[in-house]
Design a protein around this ligand. Structure first.
Ligand code: PEP
Length: 240
């Protein structure tokens, strides 16, 4: 399995800006091998970015989807719509959705189930808050998120990309040390038992990518802020 470098743009870049960013990124990155790059722009940019990446090695992902196929869910997005514009991946349970939008483990479980059913590869995010880490609850929280998230789909864990994203490291500039991240990855691997890809996310940047990727337990990264700048994302894609 190739290491994954995924860029989550969050609520940034309107369609024109998104296009310009990807065009510049493609120029800078040029040819690359031995890694899988996934672009995760806002929904409104998916169609045009989908066209741009169609003839490239880059893949496309959505930032979220609903747990139902269609229906009266104003403001929500169906996994089928993501597929229709070329997405192969979908982020599920991002900490901003859990903590700002109130997503529960049960909602996340339903989304994971539907994504698998319709053939989207979920990037399933898990991670503890600073308070949880400080009070020694990191493993309990991660165990609960995995157990509840994978309810009734434990045997399909190998079809899921896991992303360990300590909430205290997301968008804060604080990164887990490569050792801290590797330890948690080991713990997660022990829980899921199936061979799965586990990404690290939380203030990944050009300065720390090489040391993170040197850890055998880390199979890739989910990048927020640094994926918005073509130069820094290029350096991350070109990790050594
Ligand atoms: C993220 O959005 O998943 C993330 C890890 O953000 P950042 O890299 O900005 O911390």
């Amino acid at each position: 399995m190739e290491p994954i470098v995924a860029g989550n743009w969050k609520m940034n870049k309107e369609p024109g800006e998104s296009r310009a960013l990807v065009q510049r990124l493609m120029e800078l990155v040029g040819d690359y091998k031995d890694r899988l790059v996934i672009l995760i722009p806002p929904f409104t940019s998916l169609p045009s970015i989908g066209e741009l990446v169609r003839n490239s090695r880059m893949k496309l992902g959505g930032q979220n989807m609903h747990w139902e196929r269609s229906g009266a869910y104003t403001g929500e997005i169906s996994g089928f719509f993501l597929k229709a514009v070329g997405c192969e991946y979908v982020v599920i349970g991002h900490s901003e959705r859990r903590h700002i939008m109130g997503e529960t483990d049960d909602m996340i479980n339903r989304k994971l189930r539907l994504a698998l059913e319709i053939g989207l590869i979920p990037i399933f995010c898990i991670g503890e808050t600073e308070k949880e880490r400080e009070s020694g609850k990191t493993e309990t929280v991660i165990a609960r998120q995995i157990k509840e998230g994978l309810k009734d789909i434990e045997n399909e864990a190998h079809k899921i990309v896991f992303a360990y994203e300590p909430v205290w490291a997301i968008g804060t500039g604080k990164t887990a040390t490569p050792r801290q991240a590797a330890e948690m990855h080991q713990y997660i691997r022990g829980m899921i038992k199936k061979p799965s890809t586990i990404l690290y996310g939380g203030s990944v940047k050009p300065e720390n990518i090489d040391s993170l990727m040197k850890q055998e337990e880390i199979q890739g990264v989910l990048v927020g802020g640094a994926s918005l700048k073509p130069e820094s994302f290029t350096r991350i894609i070109r990790f050594e």
